[in-house]
Design a protein around this ligand. Structure first.
Ligand SMILES: *Cc1c(COP(=O)(O)O)cnc(C)c1O
Length: 374
């Protein structure tokens, strides 16, 4: 008995993502964490990430074990002192998560909430900072993956800078595709992760932090393993990781960064993702699905769709039938209204988006024909 091999799995999610086979192949070598060749890989990813962000001499890349949230927590815990006050701009789950982290760490903060379908407002930030001079820091999520909305990072950064506030950016879902240049963007720290637009595998995150700020942050962090200052001085003093590094993940990221460069850098990747998004939105709209956001606010990272209003539409069946066809989508996380999400990032091109949407059409047909409910 023989059966046809399954088609490549398409992860239309916010990460982990479908990755290129060269990236997967880079994980076939077992590195010891103290080996020269592995330390060279660590140096390579750090300098490539710094170059990608236009870090120059001002900012330094500090990688940290774990997912993106670990790096956000490390950043807030290391850069905020108990006497500081952070204003968190929130229009989704990831903004609110920063507030939860600050609450756990005992770091004074205030949340400025915006509707999940509207970008955070630079004007509202300016008014708030004028009224609250005691704020020391501002934080923002660049692309809020909850909805897929893009927030106006440049405007926010310039308002914060004009008011003398330090900015912390969650760029996790955008880093590697959206243009970022720390030589012109005034930001204290920018957080990214391996497994989103960089198309690495999960297990590693990183922070591009202002060197002077980081130097002054010794002893701030209440956590040992998430102390960004100590993680950094570990690298500068010995070139070593303080604790067991995810060696395979780092090797994969190094390859993924080489692949990004070969593709033409973030600008080329942004173009590919934008085409993926356009094709996805167009084809899903033709099938009767309605995007949550107008195209003007819609990032090329992930698209939220309203859940079909037909009373017998069952999302869990829809999800599982797609999964059986090697297409993985993502549930919604919005507090208002039922949605689901489909990602545009990862090692995917227009042909993959077309295959995914063809599977959506097939599954809808099956659900209708066989009158499948939950
Ligand atoms: C993915 C993501 C994170 C981190 O989530 P993890 O589950 O820790 O990887 C943080 N912020 C944004 C905007 C994200 O998209």
């Amino acid at each position: 008995m023989s059966s046809a091999p399954l088609p490549r799995r398409l992860l239309l999610t916010p990460g982990p993502l479908s990755v290129a086979s060269a990236t997967r192949a880079a994980m076939l070598t077992d590195y010891g964490s103290r080996e020269e060749s592995f330390l060279a890989l660590t140096g390579s990813i750090r300098s490539r990430l710094e170059a990608l962000a236009g870090a120059g001499d001002s900012h330094v890349c500090v990688p940290i074990q774990g997912s993106g949230t670990f790096a956000v927590e490390a950043t807030l815990g290391t850069l905020l002192r108990p006497t500081d006050m952070l204003l968190i701009l929130a229009n989704g789950v990831y903004g609110r998560r920063m507030a939860e982290i600050c609450r756990r760490l005992g770091r004074p903060h205030q949340v400025m909430e915006f509707p999940e379908t509207e970008p955070v407002s630079a004007k509202a930030l300016d008014d708030a900072l004028a009224a609250s001079p005691h704020m020391t820091h501002v934080s923002v999520v660049w692309c809020e993956t909850t909805s897929g909305i893009l927030n106006p990072l440049d405007d926010i950064a310039h308002v914060a800078a004009a008011r003398g506030k330090k900015l912390i950016v969650d760029a996790i879902s955008a880093f590697g595709a959206l243009p970022l240049d720390l030589s012109t963007l005034p930001a204290e720290a920018v957080v990214g992760s391996a497994n989103k637009c960089l198309e690495g595998v999960p297990g590693l995150a990183f922070v591009l932090a202002d060197k002077a700020t980081l130097s002054a942050a010794a002893g701030n962090c209440p956590s040992l393993s998430l102390d960004l200052h100590d993680q950094w001085t570990g690298f500068t003093k010995t070139g070593q990781w303080r604790f067991t590094p995810p060696t395979h993940v780092i090797a994969a990221l190094d390859q993924a960064l080489i692949t990004l460069e070969a593709e033409g850098g973030p600008a080329a990747r942004l173009l590919r993702y934008s085409r993926n998004r356009d094709r996805l939105v167009e084809a899903m709209t033709r099938l009767g699905f309605e995007p949550l956001l107008p195209l003007s606010l819609q990032s090329p990272i992930i698209v939220s769709f309203h859940m079909p209003s037909a009373p017998d539409f069952c999302f869990s069946t829809f999800y599982h039938l797609l999964e059986k066809r090697q297409v993985v989508i993502y549930p919604g996380k919005l507090t208002q209204g039922e949605t689901f999400r489909m990602g545009c990032i990862g090692d995917l091109d227009i042909a993959d988006m077309e295959r995914a949407v063809a599977m959506v059409a097939e599954v809808l047909g099956t659900m209708k024909r066989e009158k499948i409910k939950c």
